[in-house]
Design a protein around this ligand. Structure first.
Ligand code: AMP
Ligand code: TRP
Length: 329
């Protein structure tokens, strides 16, 4: 049986944190052999909010380098930059014509992000962001989309648009499913475990993939917990639960193993061991990222070849969509 087509992406804006790594990249790596994968650096999404052009270029490379350093194999999976395959923007325009203002107005990420800049000041691009994401997904006949929980509403829109297009113009797109991890789909902020870890929060909220060992240790030691003492996976103790989840995902151990290991120990022990574990995992990742960052020629070659493969895959779908709409061929 043919493998399922998987597509996912991360915006090259700001720092990547362990929420991005555990919610998205780590599950991409785990599913790499099981699926036919396409992993994209979604730079056209990043420019929906103001970006410094120099920083953006650097972040595009860094995001791609992170995929590769984390274990995405470009011979096995397609790795490329969204703006290098024009079909994404083109399909987004076509899908715009079957998307309603009402649907996009209901997107919670748009509501959050547009409120921050003041009403009426959000760009049209920010409003249209979910349609571009639907285009990313549908362009390749994608069947599954591994993301963190915050993206489910966007994938839902992609499903609706696939069904709507199929209904109006004849079967064209598979209806994609979201893949969420049982644990890790929502890593919480270290300073406020009631909200998701986010790069737009203060640095105490997240562990950046680029944080030094000292910074990682400080952030973990200061992470908000409660006044309890036993170490158990209890969703009601949000801060503790989050630290244990991070421990679980970096160690690969089961809940039972972890609870047994920490039986009789205190929060301080957990935090110290967690810091050692995270540092032990991120240090080699950082070394590999820097290796790619120093080797831009290699990175460019990988991304160019990825873009070529992606464009070749996208072409028949875009042609079919245009034909079904009755556009000149
Ligand atoms: P972004 O940085 O917004 O482009 O997000 C990239 C990926 O990381 C998406 O799949 C998000 O769902 C995922 N992600 C972002 N924040 C978190 C978090 N706190 N926990 C789990 N996944 C996350
Ligand atoms: N919107 C996603 C995020 O912020 C990034 C993204 C863009 C994406 N296009 C996508 C994720 C297609 C999965 C599939 O996380």
């Amino acid at each position: 049986m043919a493998k399922k087509v998987v597509f996912s992406g991360i915006q090259p804006s700001g720092v990547l944190h362990i929420g991005n790594y555990l919610g998205a990249i780590q599950q991409w790596v785990e599913g790499q052999a099981k699926y036919d994968n396409i992993f994209c650096v979604v730079d056209l999404h990043a420019i929906t909010v103001p970006q410094d052009p120099k920083e953006l270029t650097d972040n595009i490379y860094r995001t791609a380098a992170t995929y590769l350093a984390a274990g995405i194999n470009p011979r096995q999976s397609i790795v490329f930059v969204q703006s290098q395959v024009p079909a994404h923007a083109e399909l987004a325009w076509l899908l715009n014509t079957i998307t309603t203002m009402g649907e996009l107005s209901r997107m919670t990420q748009f509501k959050d992000k547009s409120q921050k800049g003041g009403s009426g000041r959000a760009s049209v691009g920010l409003f249209d962001y979910p349609v571009l994401m639907a285009a990313d997904i549908l362009l390749y006949g994608t069947q599954a989309v591994p993301v963190g929980e915050d993206q489910t509403q966007h994938v839902e829109l992609a499903r609706d648009l696939a069904q709507r297009f199929n209904h109006r113009f004849g079967k064209t797109f598979p209806v994609p499913e979201v893949i969420l991890r049982k644990s890790g789909a929502r890593i919480m902020g270290l300073d406020d475990p009631t909200k998701k870890m986010s790069k737009s929060a203060s640095p105490a909220n997240y562990i950046a993939l680029t944080d030094s060992s000292d910074v990682i240790r400080k952030k973990i030691m200061r992470a908000v917990t409660d006044s309890g003492s036993t170490i158990k996976f209890d969703p009601k103790r949000a801060g503790l639960h989050n630290l244990l989840t991070i421990y679980q995902l970096f160690s690969g151990q089961t809940e039972a193993q972890i609870e047994r290991h920490f039986a009789g120990k205190g929060y301080g022990d957990l935090k110290r061991e967690l810091a050692d574990l995270v540092i032990g995992k991120l240090t080699p990742l950082q070394t590999k990222i820097e290796h790619y960052m120093k080797n831009k020629r290699l990175l460019d070659a990988i991304l160019k070849s990825g873009a070529k493969r992606a464009a070749r895959l996208a072409h028949p779908m875009l042609t079919e969509v245009k034909r079904k709409l009755g556009l000149a061929q």
